[in-house]
Design a protein around this ligand. Sequence first.
Ligand SMILES: Cc1cc2nc3c(=O)[nH]c(=O)nc-3n(C[C@H](O)[C@H](O)[C@H](O)COP(=O)(O)OP(=O)(O)OC[C@H]3O[C@@H](n4cnc5c(N)ncnc54)[C@H](O)[C@@H]3O)c2cc1C
Length: 648
Amino acid sequence: MTYRHTTEFLLYDWLNVESLRERARFADHSRETFDSVLDTCERIARDKVAPFNRLADTEEPWFDGDKVHLPQASHAATQAYADSGMLAAAQDYEWGGMQLPCVVEMAANSFFSKAGIGVGGGALLTSGNANLLMAHGTDMQKQVFARNEFGGRFAGTMCLSEPQAGSSLSDIATRAVPDGEGFADDPLGPRYRLRGNKMWISNGEHELTENIIHLVLAKIPGPDGKLVAGTRGISLFIVPKKLVDVNGALTGERNDVALAGLNHKLGYRGIPNTLLNFGEGRFPVRGAPGAVGYLVGQAGDGLRCMFHMMNEARIAVGLGAAMLGYAGYEASLDYAKNRLQGRPVVGGEGKGGKAGKDANQPQVRIIEHADVKRMLLAQKSYCEGALALELYCARLVDEHHTGTPEAAAEAGVLLEMLTPIAKSWPSEWCLEANSLAIQVLGGYGYTRDFPVEQYWRDNRLNMIHEGTHGIQALDLLGRKVVMNGGRGLALLASRIEATVARARSMSKDAPELGDHATALAAALKHVGTATQAAWASGRPDEALANATPYLQAFGHTVLAWVWLDVAMCAQARLSARADAGANVSAGPREGAATGAPATPTDPHTDLLHGKLAACRYFIRYELPRVAAWLRVVETRDDTCRTMDEAWF
Ligand SMILES: Cc1cc2nc3c(=O)[nH]c(=O)nc-3n(C[C@H](O)[C@H](O)[C@H](O)COP(=O)(O)OP(=O)(O)OC[C@H]3O[C@@H](n4cnc5c(N)ncnc54)[C@H](O)[C@@H]3O)c2cc1C
């Protein structure tokens, strides 16, 4: 079964995305229009991206002192993406958009991440940047900047991090001061001059587009000239690389934004990563140093505005991680089906038995070894589970925007709860999937002759950017599960309990689902009691010392829920097909256990059995880890917290 089949199963069978057309915003859509967007993206990814994935890795961006150079393939892929209309996919028709549901947009974008995450990448930064302006910008800012980003003329960045301020954004030091008399009357927005350094800025400099629109966090000094401590003092500015007029035309003036250097990375090498100096005076504007920037929203409200982009970005990061994992899964599955090595263990004769390995027999393909199947199943359960989670979150975004007021509010709360998981879980476990893919290939996996090592290197970024793993864990245990008296946690728990109840109701015909439900219910209960116990002393230092094991336990519980829900859908489809007399069997395919050639079955049936098997794997091999992670949480174990620095 292909990735496309799984995507369609999740979209249409599991999430029932076609029902969205009943809403006014999506009324022009149908399965056909959704499929045609998927077709287009799959084709562009196959033709313009996949063949250049290794090239983007080996031919890193380079700076000649004036311009940053990228391979021609990145230019072609960027253009093809812009031409497809995907930059504005979710926008209103009047903005050149397709009014596509977020869930379909995400599914369509997944083809690009899987084909080559660093080829012509950065499109999601551009659309995220423009989406933020649509939410918080003035009409003029939308027309001049967002519209040109949607059309592909301009690219976008997000400039938060500084050399001395990564996780702790409250410590940024970039300053913004009003730009002379009448600064507040500029039609593009209140005009400031910015000075400071921004580190790690993806796509901060290139020639892929006519202009680059930086969204920059900076602080406006108080009357005493000092920067306000904390996040309250942070504001958001549009800082174009080249200045533009009110029609979006370039004025011919370069803004005072200079590339100080490119960072040379482990992975994601196709995307230039930059240290940018704002306002160092290299490109003085109207004779004065300082990068010209236009305030977005209210002064002091910058971080809240930026989070509009970051929440979206975090789901996209999770999806990207899932797709890199999936790419490794596909590569290792293909390898395992072809590599001959070893002979099967075919039972034994009693204790210490002569386990039947007959050297005269031909070697078997490694996919026939149970341990290789274990590594493939682990990858499948991580990557397909992560994909399902991300699509579920994207479906929540649609509910948040177009549902009834009550459903929209609930979707918003669930999104708040799930965003740290959506970002961090695939980043950790689909990276583990990439490691297993390397393992399946043995020594070959460790070479650059096969793609799996690159997938691992590319994926290693995802636990670091957009809020590190540790920061996501603090957000979950320190904020999300306790916010509004635990309302979000209670709502999520009620959704999980509903799945458990439905699985139990199906257990007469599918007893395994009932067993899975029991295991999931126990894990959920444990999460609840551990959350209480973590906070029982009321001391954040005690509770949060084990925030990361909590994140892991929470994530695995959420994924077990997702898998059980997906499995129920698969089971229902199998039962319906059986009722209709299709070629289905309740158990594994004939021959699967013996290594004999399997009897051909309906491919769709294989897909459904595959979902049930991945769910079973996840519940039996992965979910039991939850108890171990939670043990240190509920006892507020102080091993890490009290470790003396001198003892390291
Ligand atoms: C390839 C790449 C692309 C990037 N792209 C962008 C971009 O486009 N725009 C942008 O603004 N930024 C970008 N970043 C920056 C990225 O978001 C930061 O690297 C990240 O937020 C971490 O900041 P830091 O590197 O300063 O690490 P630090 O904040 O110094 O963290 C180091 C370690 O300490 C831990 N830590 C820090 N504080 C705490 C705490 N309070 N409690 C517990 N643990 C803590 C962290 O979890 C981490 O493990 C990018 C980074 C990379 C590597």
